[in-house]
Structures are given as C-alpha cells and as structure tokens.
Design a protein around this ligand. Structure first.
Ligand code: WT7
Length: 654
C-alpha cells in the first residue's frame, strides 16, 4: 500500500444522533444493541447460532455451528437443511398471503403489484418450468434480465429447486456474458427480448445470441421473457418464450431442501487481474446475513415500503431486493428505468406515489440528483421516508448533507453501509435507532462482525485516524465460500497476509477517536466507477484486444459524479497520432471497451504515447500515471525512466 493511500487528510467532526421520533420506534433499541454486542463478544458462535435459529425456518435444524477445521474454507450450520425460497415466500403465507411483496413500476409508468401469494405461485410455476427443461439441483443458470419482477422470480425459482444462479448485469456486453457463462459452465440463460432504459431498448436477447454464437458449449436452452415485444430472433430447439415455458406448469412446487452450504448463487465481480471472479455464496449463511441486516440496519417493519434502487445484477440487488426484504416479509419497490425519465424528479415521484419509507441508493446517484437542484425533490411529498441509506463508495460530506436535509428533511437517519460482493451483507453500518452518524463514515461494525484496521504485520492500529488495512478477524456466516472453480485464487486474494488469519477486504481505512470507520480507498488495482467495481487489468485487456493497440495502462482519477473515472494511456501499433490526438480512434476505442465489457467501463480519457513509463525492471509506473491523470505533482523518480521524453506525451504536452 502506498503512503499516499494510508495517510488520512479528511477529518469530519459533525455528528448526528437519531431523532427521538425514529429511535422510539426502531426495532433495535439501545438495550437490544448492547445485548447483541455482549452476546457476540462472549459467545461468538452461540450468537450466530441463536440468530440462525430465530431468523431462518429450517427443514432440518442444525447442530453444528461453525466448522473452521479447513480454514479459510468455513462451513456454517453444515448439518442443517433449508430452502431459501421457502424462507422468502411460503413461510409468510399463513399471515401475509395478501400482503404486497413487490410494487413494480416501469419507465413508461406501468405499475404492477404482486402479493406474497401471487409471487409464491409465479415462482413455483417458473421453477416447474426450469425442471421441465432439465434444470436440476447444482446446475448453473445465468440470468440476464431487465429490472422487472421476473428477474426476482427467476432467482427465487432457481433457489427453490437448488439450481445455482449467476445474474449478469444487463449493462454488460455479449463478451462479458459469454465469459461468465463459460466460467460458470451454465446450462441455461434466462433473458428477455429487451429492457428499457432512458427511452431506449436494451437489446438483451440480441446480446445473448451474440454471446452464444460461438464458444459457448454448455448452454442447452434460453428462456426469453417478453418485455419490449420489439421482435426477437428465436432459435428453434434452443429458445423458449417464458410464457410458453410456464403455460402448462402447476403453481405448486415443493421446495428442494438443500444443505446449508449448498451454493445459492455465483456473482462475478472484478479483481486485480483481467478475469472476473465468480463469488460463491452459501444458502444458510448468506440468508442469515441478509435477513439480520434488513432487520437491524434497515429496521424493516411490517408497514414499511423498502426501495433499494440497485439492479439485481449487483450484490446489493441480491441482498436488499431479491432475498433479504422478502425473507423478512417486507414490501419492496422495483423500478425499471433511468432516474432522469421524464426528468430528474422520477425517484422522488416514485417515493411519493408508492409511499416509500426506506430508500437505499448509491452516492453517485445522490450526487447526480443533487446537481439537478432542490426544486425537483421539493416538488414531491417525501414525508413517507423515514430512513435513508447509501452504499458503494465513501459518500462525500456535501452529498451526505444534501441527502440529510433535502431528502431526509433532517429527520431520517442515514445508514452508510460498508460491505462487498464477498461479504454478502452489510458489515460496518449504524443501527439507525442507536448509533449516531457522521457524514462520510460507515460508523461501527455490526454485532457479530469483528472488523478492524491493522498494520502490515496484522497489529491493530490504535492511534486514531492512522490508516491501515481493513480486515475481518473472525469468519462470519454470510461471507463468500470460494471463487468458483479457483480455490487458489480465493486463498491468495482474501487470505494472503497475517498468516491467513484475517479476511483481507482490499480496502484501506482508518478509525477515528470514537472508533468510527472511514473507508479510504482500495489497496489493489480496482477502480470504483459509480459504485461499481472494475479492474484496471480488465479494461487494459479489453484495450489491447483491439487490433490497433499494442499496450495500455489504466488508472482512476476523481470525478464529481462517478466518484472515480477511467484514464487510459495507450501505445498503438505503428505511429502515434500527431500531437497525441486522434478523436476518431478515441471514440472507436471507447466503444470497443464498451462492447468488450459494458458501457460503464468506457475510459473517460485516452492519451497516446510512444511508450508506457517503466522502471528499468520493466514495471509500469502506475503512481506516475495516477499523478498525471489527477493533475497532481509528479512525485516518482522519473530518472529511472528508460525514455524521459515520453513524460511530455503522457502529460499531453507533446
Ligand atoms: C467495495 C465493494 C456492497 C455493494 C456495493 C459495492 C466500496 C462499498 C462502501 C461504503 C465506502 C464502500 C469498498 C468495497 N464500498 N460500500 N459504504 N463506503 N466504500 O460492492 O462491487 O463488491 O464493491 O466498494 O471499496 O471494497 P462491490
């Protein structure tokens, strides 16, 4: 970790206690909070066993709690059996059959409300359709869907029969889809003819066809949900319309009872190499984390309407849309579309119209909406909102204060939730009725989560505001189990230091004098663009796959809406463009990266040089490239550069 990463400059002193109105009605009161922490400290595994016992309906109750005999491969509740879909649906039918589970709104304003009974029927019916097409327990199914209730139905249907889903975000390209299908060895893709975003059709079926066009041997069938109805090319024998697939199916499907450790899903995320990692989650441990945090952090109560704006293509859309709130018997909102259609007031109109009480989004969205001014949110009645949340990157205090004042009317706690695809659920976050918040801090670790900041040798850093590695010191139920098909990478990525004893999150952080955590950034070559993780290597690999590119290096630089933006330094095959400028090629390369990975990965800036700056040993001087991209003073020793003249090219001065 470089020194610039470890020293902290930002000190924010404001502190906000929960309003008495909120606190008096919160699920977790100060005494409960103290009791949870005390129990977790005194009897760590007993604490989690008690939670698992109370929050999950088991088909076979577990006796074993934590098996750490094969660390870092942990097992939780291993001799128990359950079904996640049963826990999200069937168990609520006795008293909540008619309760609304999902309120859906499409970009064009189409609205559907789905009760728990209807959702159970639809999930069961679709689960039967999956079985009829040969999907069995343990098979991998890729879901590449627009943000409609059917995406949740598809996930729940897989869970119901023990199939392992892997949702691929609809914004990813055909190439990304193909890589993920192949890595997972998926038997089926569930997609739609298209989705809608910003008034445009997202060509999901066309991209699926392109992905399956070659080198994708494991896929047997594609089920296509009809959403846009703009025409899809159905391949006979392979492709089936969703409505045809369910037509003859029963709405009763007995859940497949699976072992606690049975994989519930894979979700691909970027790391510091070019190849995304298939993060593998368990059934029971994951479900437990999802339920507990929906209750603790989001204070989900019976009359709440919870809107987490994340797409199901990300972990947030798994834990706080498709699984957690349903397992807790809540009502969720799903919106398919852009936040700016017809104008930047859309989110606030949805909050008003559906009486959203809990609203959870990303700092990048907050900053983008903040820029549009206060008139938009002020035009709507936001009085139903009682709790706000953020996730994905550190929120800057200015955006936090705007969220607090203009959206929360100074009465709603803000839960800033630190977690990762790998952790499955919130890890460091305030319990909103108890823990005072500070703008920009995710506050303190949840009960049963042993988070800390340590130095290079794994010692706790006790000096306030001194940066170090963010680690989790004890195994916890919702953590990833492995990287699909790559045990070694799992061990190497998350347990490389401190004798393999602590989970290494990959973030640097500091704790202030109150013990509050402040996340400072990644310690690896991972970018955070609009709250989404992208590996620099991934973007570099995409660039060098272009016929005109010989070499590329990618770094991040601060961006006022996206958080971080992408700067690419490119060495072309053949001559460098005159003055380093070739707008047509830049456009082509940006689109190329968009096709290779997805539009979020398009570099914001591309600069051409005859060479990349390398040390004599051949290492790319990334710090130097970062300094240039950020307009900072160059601190690297450039005398070791093989060719100092390229500095001017890199700086855009030649
Ligand atoms: C990385 C995980 C967890 C869902 C969204 C992203 C950063 C996440 C926060 C936060 C500061 C945060 C970290 C983390 N991050 N939440 N509240 N404050 N940073 O999931 O793609 O797995 O990325 O996002 O750097 O390691 P992800």
């Amino acid at each position: 970790m470089s020194d610039s990463n470890i020293d902290s400059v930002l000190i924010e002193n404001r502190k906000f206690e929960p309003s008495s109105e909120f606190a008096s009605k919160a699920r977790i009161q100060p005494a409960d909070f103290a009791a949870l922490h005390k129990k977790a400290e005194q009897d760590y595994t007993g604490f989690w066993a008690e939670q698992a016992h109370d929050l999950i309906d088991w088909q076979t109750l577990f006796n074993e709690i934590l098996d750490d005999s094969n660390a870092p491969h942990f097992k939780w509740f291993a001799d128990g059996k359950l079904n996640v879909s049963y826990n999200c649906l069937d168990r609520h039918l006795a008293d909540k059959a008619d309760k609304t589970a999902i309120i859906f709104e499409g970009e064009k304003g189409d609205i559907r409300k789905i009760s728990y009974q209807q959702l159970t029927d639809e999930v069961s019916q679709f689960a039967n359709a999956l079985k009829a097409h040969g999907i069995e327990k343990g098979d991998r199914v890729v879901i590449y869907m627009p943000m409609t209730p059917e995406a949740v139905i598809a996930m729940q249907a897989c869970a119901r029969i023990g199939a392992i889903h892997s949702v691929v975000f609809g914004g990813f390209s055909a190439e990304s889809l193909r890589d993920r299908i192949n890595d997972a060895g998926a038997k089926m893709v569930i997609t739609a003819d298209g989705g809608t975003r910003g008034g445009k059709v997202v060509e999901l079926k066309a991209a699926t066809d392109k992905a399956l066009d070659h080198d994708c041997p494991s896929i047997e069938n594609v089920i296509v949900y009809q959403r846009t109805n703009h025409g899809a090319n159905m391949q006979q024998g392979r492709d089936i319309w969703w409505h045809d697939a369910i037509a003859e199916q029963d709405t009763v499907c007995v859940p497949e009872w699976v072992e606690s450790e049975h994989p519930l899903f894979l979700l691909y995320t970027s790391g510091s190499t070019g190849k995304p990692k298939g993060i593998q989650h368990s059934s029971a441990g994951y479900l437990l984390g999802a339920i507990a945090t929906n209750l603790w952090v989001f204070d989900l109560q019976d009359d709440d309407v919870f809107w987490c704006t994340a797409d199901v293509g990300w972990i947030t859309g798994h834990t706080y849309v498709a699984y957690g709130p349903l397992a807790a018997g809540g009502t969720i909102v799903i919106y398919e579309g852009a936040p700016t259609v017809p104008d930047g007031g859309r989110f606030w109109k949805i909050c008003q119209d559906h009486k959203v009480s809990i609203f959870y989004t990303a700092p990048t969205a907050i900053r983008a909406l903040m820029k549009l001014g206060d008139e938009l949110p002020n035009a709507y009645d936001l009085s139903s909102i009682r709790l706000l949340g953020t996730v994905g990157e550190p929120i800057n205090p200015e955006a936090w204060m705007w969220y607090h004042k203009v959206i929360g009317k100074e009465k709603c706690p803000i839960v800033d939730t630190w977690w990762q695809t790998e952790t499955g659920c919130n890890m460091i976050a305030p319990l909103p009725g108890v823990v005072a918040t500070k703008p920009g801090s995710c506050t303190i670790a949840l009960p049963g989560i042993d988070a800390d900041v340590v130095d290079e040798d794994g010692n706790s850093i006790t000096e306030p505001n001194k940066g170090g590695y963010l680690v989790i010191k004890k195994p916890f139920p919702a953590q990833l189990r492995t990287i699909w098909g790559d045990e070694q990478r799992y061990v190497d990525t998350y347990w490389p230091k401190f004798g393999g004893k602590y989970y290494l999150a990959g973030d640097s952080a500091r704790k202030d004098a109150d013990g509050y955590f402040w996340i400072m950034g990644r310690i690896d070559d991972v970018l955070n663009v609009s709250g989404h993780r992208l590996g620099t290597m991934e973007v570099e690999s995409a660039l060098v796959a272009h016929e005109r590119v010989a070499e590329a290096a990618v770094v991040g630089y601060p961006h006022d809406v996206k958080g971080e933006a992408i700067f690419a330094y490119v060495v072309l095959r053949g001559v460098r463009p005159e003055g380093g400028i070739d707008e047509a090629l830049t456009k082509e390369l940006r689109n190329w990266v968009g096709e290779q990975i997805g539009p979020i990965a398009k570099p914001d800036q591309i600069r051409y040089a005859d060479n990349l700056p390398k040390t004599r040993s051949g290492k790319i001087m990334r710090r130097l490239l970062r300094n240039i991209a950020r307009g900072e003073e160059i601190t690297s020793d450039t005398s070791t550069l093989e060719n100092e003249d390229i500095l001017l090219q890199l700086e855009g001065k030649a």
